[in-house]
Design a protein. Structure first.
Lengths: 580, 412
């Protein structure tokens, strides 16, 4: 059953679970009679969940393994991930109530559990980790290579080649196998309509839950935590219990060899929300962390920009209506509204504000900076104290931030090159190559030891503590490298009682937006076509959010078109500079 | 597109490799080791589609690091090499061979020999046939080491011989090494290639045991068989052998002819010119002039007094006989634009005079003939020479002045 029913008392849809396993309405605390069978999030034995077709091997196998289904594996993964999130400080309800229910709902909708198995589907796959000589030559069974080519896993496991080639030597009629019961089935059918579970999708689940609870973690942060190792993803399967043997096609499902991409996780999450028929998510209001006003404040701080800019970001947000509850709150299944990327949106707002105030055409901002420098030279310290901080100098800011950014980027690049993808748990496609795999692993460990000793004093440091801020600037620094308290007065003027920018011009990133549905982007960003300052600013946020600059560019275009809507409608065939 | 940004295993390892490469180029062995530690897990992936797989990368990079790293020992190095041998059966013999080279560089001749013997006895199905070339090399190097042992025994024998000892055991051993060495060395030089060291050793053996015919045949093959790559040393070895054998000038000259064609700047050009100058045949003398001029085109010969004296002698002889001045004209034609600055500048005149009076004498003679008595070089040197009251310089001045019209005819 779904939990979309309205409360009998207050007509709200806001359910929680009591300790006794009953539903209660959070708004009015009305307890219903409906109960939910408490499902242990730990390893589930099969008999309860699925109907099993005849002809399957006995449960306990000689190697101590047992039967397990792919979705159980994913359940374990999710459990680990949400526990990690809890350790990061996320509220505990996320695990037991939110994510749990999402998952169960998914299992039900995708007919993997809590339902009668449709008659046509018989799970006949043999888990043959112990015997590969079983010749069950069923001509209808798809060949191994066929299966491998079908699945559109995002990272091409290059072991496919050796896997396929090593197998083709064994026998044509070897049954496809996996440690799990339904591994081959999982990969085989085109389950697009049922939204087949993948590793990146586990993060979509996490993000969805985070969004529901409105935790102050953006998607880019979540993904960064994953890469930094605070949230299990890469080698989660090593935490599967011993009895769950992982081999063969399971590897294709659970062993990823690439980091998830923002777009992918984001889009999947929305697909998922629609698939689960979820209602409107809890409102994102002004007090929410994910609201552009809040995120802008955070990013302004991180980008070492003056606090005064926040007034401007709020003004832009207000003007184009992206701070509205209805705009920001997720309504699953609503295809007409553009999906909101909170972090990218906030970053884009800041970029637009910078363009408004500084133009960023590789001339004007430096000019303004010179003026500011002059004024700063002439002012005494007392003067500065009273007028609220020195004049903000774009040039100084650029130098300071670029330096830090370069240092961090270099560190990041090196980290990426030094990343270790493998873990202790050996992976093998079949028993036949188990010994080879183990030998290789041993050699790798030996070599790592040998050369590790020669690396000098550089030892792999402990994982740094997860932090929300990647760049930090302190006002206590006397070297003037913190710009938070600097003033924008040099570039502002009063007109008709309103504070406006002295900069009268603005250039649009693009005059015409692309059709996102057709080509995937609103605009196409090529570095050479834009000013260096603009590229720098995009690069800064691209680093902070760990996404491509083109995504931020898209949002900037979107914001600009909303902002200058009227003027654009009046016609502008040519790529000219607009007057505000 | 989003896929460019996507960091995956393959890209991460590619980046890792480029960091290793940078570190190696800058001789930062610690840093290279650091990144190699992260790279080695590539072994667990299949790269059969790539041109060079991770196992080969690791072998080559690891060898470099261990060879140069200050904290690495020979023991570690050997241990690593043994591991690499097990990594790729298709490369087994190659790895063995390179390991042997390193051992030899480190002076561990005995270990090298053991490794070679071990490798020689390796068999692995069809791989044995595929790696036939490497096997031949291994046998050749073992032959080489056998030759070294032979050489050692020979020296012992010679010493004892002087003392009057007849050491039978040593002699037997020596002959044993000879047989082993000869068999392997003979095999490798059959295959087209550059086998200088093998050829030399083999010829040495043959000569010692008096098999001059075989030696001659081997050297001829090595020098003249078109299947073999052009190798100046082949001709040098042949020439040296013929000289040892007391062959006629004619055959000596023909041996050096090709050397002149391949390497006009070879040091043997002096010998060559000397022989050619003395020849009765006009063609040969003409060639001699060509040879010595060609040699002096090279910067490495600029201060070679012997070469200059050869040229001076021949030029002087031509001038005095007043025959074949056109030879000089022909040779000078292509050089008159740049030799003056190259050899006969005032700066060089000063320097040559200060450093090597004989050199300046010979050069001055040549300069005086080719450029006339008023050229910078000749003027300076002869002036200095006369000032120093050296007789030959006075003679030189007289000679050049007398034959000044020659210069006009040459340059005209």
């Amino acid at each position: 059953r779904d939990f979309n029913e309205r409360c009998a008392q207050c007509s709200e849809v806001n359910w929680g679970l009591t300790d006794g396993g009953r539903f209660y309405c959070r708004s009015c605390h009305n307890v219903t009679e409906r109960t939910r069978e408490v499902v242990n999030t730990d390893f589930i034995t099969n008999s309860r969940v699925q109907s099993i077709s005849k002809g399957l091997k006995k449960q306990e196998k000689t190697d101590g393994g047992c039967e397990w289904y792919i979705c159980e594996g994913f359940q374990l993964v999710l459990k680990k991930q949400v526990e990690a999130l809890e350790a990061l400080g996320v509220c505990p309800q996320m695990k037991d109530e939110i994510l749990c229910n999402f998952w169960r709902c998914y299992l039900q909708k995708s007919k993997q559990a809590y339902c009668k198995r449709p008659a046509g589907e018989t799970v006949k796959a043999l888990s043959v980790c112990e015997s590969s000589t079983d010749v069950d030559s069923d001509p209808e069974r798809p060949s191994l290579l066929h299966l491998l080519s079908l699945s559109e896993s995002e990272g091409d496991l290059q072991t496919d080649c050796s896997f396929a080639s090593s197998l083709s030597k064994v026998s044509e009629s070897t049954s496809v196998y996996s440690g799990s019961v339904d591994g081959s089935l999982y990969l085989m059918k085109n389950q697009k309509e049922k939204l087949r579970m993948t590793m990146p999708m586990t993060l979509s689940f996490c993000y969805m839950a985070l969004l529901w609870v409105r935790e102050p973690i953006t998607l880019s942060e979540l993904l960064r935590f994953v890469v930094e190792g605070h949230i299990p993803y890469l080698n989660v399967f090593q935490h599967f219990p011993e009895k769950m043997k992982l081999c063969g096609l399971d590897l294709k499902i659970f062993c990823v060899e690439s980091w998830p991409v923002y777009e992918e996780v984001f889009n999947k999450m929305h697909e998922l929300a629609a698939f689960l028929d979820l209602p409107r998510f809890p409102d994102i209001t002004e007090n929410c962390f994910l609201h552009p006003d809040m995120l802008c404040m955070k990013y302004l701080m991180e980008a070492n920009l003056p606090d005064e800019l926040h007034n401007w970001t709020c003004r832009v947000v207000k003007k184009i209506g992206i701070g509205e509850v209805d705009f920001l709150t997720l309504m699953p299944g609503n295809k007409s509204t553009r999906k909101v990327k909170y972090d990218v949106l906030a970053a884009a707002v800041i970029v637009v504000v910078l363009k408004l105030l500084f133009l960023l055409d590789d001339h004007y901002e430096w000019l303004l900076s010179e003026f500011a420098e002059e004024r700063n030279k002439n002012n005494t310290e007392v003067c500065m104290f009273y007028s609220g901080g020195p004049y903000f100098e774009f040039k100084k800011w650029y130098e300071v931030v670029k330096h830090s950014l370069d240092v961090e980027q270099k560190k990041l690049d090196e980290e990426r090159a030094k990343y270790l993808w493998r873990c202790e748990k050996p992976l093998f496609y079949s028993v036949k190559n188990k010994s080879k795999v183990l030998k290789r692993r041993q050699m790798v460990v030996n070599l790592q030891n040998q050369f590790g000793k020669l690396s000098g004093s550089v030892q792999r440091a402990e994982k740094p503590n997860p932090s929300s801020f990647q760049l930090r600037w302190s006002e206590e620094n006397t070297d003037g490298s913190c710009f938070h308290g600097h003033s924008l007065k040099g570039i502002l003027q009063e007109k008709y009682g309103l504070l406006t920018a002295m900069n009268p011009d603005y250039w649009l990133c693009t005059v015409k937006l692309c059709n996102e549905k057709l080509c995937g982007h609103l605009a196409h960003y090529r570095e050479v076509e834009f000013p260096q300052s603009y590229h720098f600013v995009l690069g800064l946020f691209s680093f902070l959010l760990r996404i491509q600059p083109s995504y931020i560019h898209d949002e900037v275009c979107m914001i600009e078109h909303k902002l200058f809507n009227k003027k654009l409608c009046k016609k502008l065939k040519y790529n000219t500079v607009l007057r505000k | 597109s989003s896929n460019e940004h996507k960091l995956n295993f393959k890209k991460s390892k590619e980046a890792c490799l480029s960091y290793i490469q940078d570190a190696l180029l800058q001789k930062q062995w610690k840093r290279a080791a650091e990144f190699l530690t992260c790279y080695v897990e590539s072994l667990e992936k299949d790269y059969s589609r790539e041109h060079i797989g991770p196992s080969e990368m690791i072998w080559r990079i690891g060898t470099e690091i261990l060879w140069h790293h200050s904290q690495s020992s020979m023991k570690e190095f050997n241990c690593f090499m043994e591991q690499m041998k097990t990594l790729g059966v298709k490369r087994y013999l190659k790895v063995c061979l390179e390991h042997v080279f390193h051992l030899l560089c480190n002076g561990q001749i005995d270990e090298a020999y053991q490794n070679l013997s071990l490798a020689e006895s390796w068999r692995f199905g069809e791989q044995t046939a595929i790696q036939d070339k490497e096997m031949k090399l291994i046998q050749a190097y073992r032959g080489l080491l056998d030759y070294c042992s032979w050489s050692k025994q020979k020296n012992i024998l010679l010493e004892h011989g002087e003392d009057g000892f007849a050491d039978l055991a040593v002699e037997q051993e020596m002959h044993g090494y000879f047989r082993k060495a000869a068999v392997n060395l003979k095999e490798i030089i059959k295959i087209p290639g550059v086998w200088d060291v093998f050829v030399k050793c083999y010829v040495d053996l043959l000569e010692f045991y008096g098999d001059h015919n075989e030696a001659r045949q081997v050297l001829n093959e090595y020098a003249y068989n078109s299947k073999f790559p052009a190798n100046p040393n082949a001709h040098v070895y042949l020439y040296q052998f013929l000289k040892r054998q007391g062959e006629s000038k004619k055959s000596l000259i023909s041996a050096l002819k090709i050397l002149h064609d391949i390497v006009p700047s070879h040091e043997l050009m002096i010998d060559f010119n000397t022989m050619l100058q003395k020849s009765k045949k006009r063609k040969k003398r003409r060639l001699g002039l060509e040879v010595i001029f060609a040699a002096l085109d090279y910067a490495g010969w600029k201060e070679n007094a012997k070469a200059w004296s050869c040229l001076a002698r021949q030029v002087k002889q031509i001038v005095i006989s007043e025959k074949h001045l056109d030879w000089i004209k022909q040779e000078w034609n292509s050089r008159k634009d740049w030799w003056p600055a190259f050899h006969f500048s005032r700066y060089l005149a000063k320097r040559n005079w200060q450093e090597n009076k004989s050199l300046s004498y010979e050069k001055a003679l040549v300069a005086g003939i080719l450029l006339g008595k008023d050229c910078k070089y000749f003027k300076y040197v002869s002036h200095q020479g006369c000032k120093a009251q050296l007789k030959r310089f006075r003679m030189l001045k007289k000679f050049v002045t007398r034959h000044n019209p020659v210069y006009l005819r040459i340059s005209g």
